[in-house]
Design a protein. Sequence first.
Length: 612
Amino acid sequence: MIRPPRGPLPAARPARAPETQAPRGESPPAAPWHAPGVGPAQGREYTGRPWTCNRASRNCWPSPPRSAWRFAANRSAARAEATASSAASACSLSTPSPTSRPATRKPLPRWPPSPKSTRTTSARTSAKKSRPSAGHAEPRAFAAAANPRYNEPSERRSPAGRPGARRMSLMMSVSGVRGVIGDSMTPNLAAAMGAAFGTYLRGGPVVLGMDSRPSGEMVASAVKAGLLSAGCHVVELGLATTPGTAVMVTELGAKGGVVITASHNPVIWNGIKFLTASGRAPSAQIAEQIFAIHRDQRARHEDVDRVGRSERDLSTCDRHVARVIRVVDAAAIRRRQLKVVLDSVNGAGGASGRTLLEMLGCKVVHINADPTGHFAHPPEPTAENLVSLCEAVKKNGADIGFAQDPDADRLAIVDNSGRYIGEEYTLALAAKFVLSKSPGAAAANLSTSRMIDDIASALGGPCAVYRTAVGEANVVDAISARKCVIGGEGNGGVIDPRVVLVRDSLASMGLVLGLLAEDWRPLSAIVDEMPRYVMVKQKYELTREQINVWMQRVRLDTHGGRLSDVDGLRIDWPEGWVHVRPSNTEPIARVISEAADEATALALAKRVADLR
């Protein structure tokens, strides 16, 4: 460090002022930083490198050639400097030398440097709002608001590690956590959630599987570390589907399970899904206990004698397929010799899906079968994303086409003509087969098509449908409480309690193939004779107060329909139904209506929307 010569100096200010730099290639600043008549510009050798000065100690020294220190550039610092300069005049400091130029104070870019942002001014403003860190995110009704920018490429998102960077949304629900890799989903968060879940379980064996996303190994390793730290014995399954992991929980008698998956979200997302000892998603009460442990930082971290151990078990595919084979008439399906096109979207379900179909005697055309996690098309199984599957069914003359999502818990179907028939038909076809063989009750959420009600009514007897609030855990609760023989949701999720208590694309395939083996008609003919409905989905952006007023008006004016308030408000009329459901996390309300034709469905939705 180069110091000015000793001599009488004014007393140093009591408060330590920030350090600053002179621009590269110039002399360091003169007074008030230096004593009278002293400074590099007044006789001391100057190297041409930037100088750093401390106003409180009156010291200056050359900065490193590649210094990353910042200029005092913000407005508050500038105001403080102006005040300090005024106060310095009382200390009898000399006027700056005319040969030395005062330092210009212009801001440096943020450190570390970030790529140019393409966000709008409003987005920059909103980014300044305080957000919980990923390591201590607090659940708001088990969910964080969905981020409309989640599909943007990574170069347009701020790195999460930079101080002040804007974090993407962290979505928390009863089944676990989802976030964007490198933003809200970090190794720290994953390890913390693993430790919280392990603490809730109080140790014991835990099954850990992951889908094929490129970030899966990173998140799984962090979750494993948290579980081991909490004293759990971790059974690693490697690449595994959500229903396959649930099967292994029950097969191995584990206390719980964790699946690393973001389901149908884009590849930049990943998540941590929890399973209970029965292989199902946790209830809201259990989820809140897990999140409370994480939020309050009450996770256990055992000493060296009690830290958990791990082992690997690669039998998931065989055990899962064996369970499905046991609940279908495999011999009848083999006699039909069906030709099937399977689209696994390069997810985790390709191996188990193909194994099941081949064991059922099907001729399999497998597309998008490599479990790379780089999805061949947007992973949600909808009509616009399954054009290649429809073409493959027509090209190969297949009897049916199946589309899985990345963790293989949902299934979409294409009929023998290459027509996408919609996710709502997955549950309807499975229920038609199961209820005809084992008459009993079925469970579905309030937003699921009326087709399942029509099927149960046509079969008569003990067949009935129990409606639940939206959410897989709510459907499972109804299945267990009502002893239902089948359940599911209109998003392509079918739950067969004989296999496992989660949505399962393999069970769905087995049940639909069983229906084809029994009927022997083409799938298109079976679908054409089933009730057909058109579903319309809308959403309205309203304040919470406006939504509350609207819901009250709907409750008081049902136009003679049957009202259910289990989850929002659903009104049933002979010609159709409408479900109004406010979001728990966003200032919006969703309206779903269904009728025999689009015009009627739109009219029913308008009938309710006009009450706003």
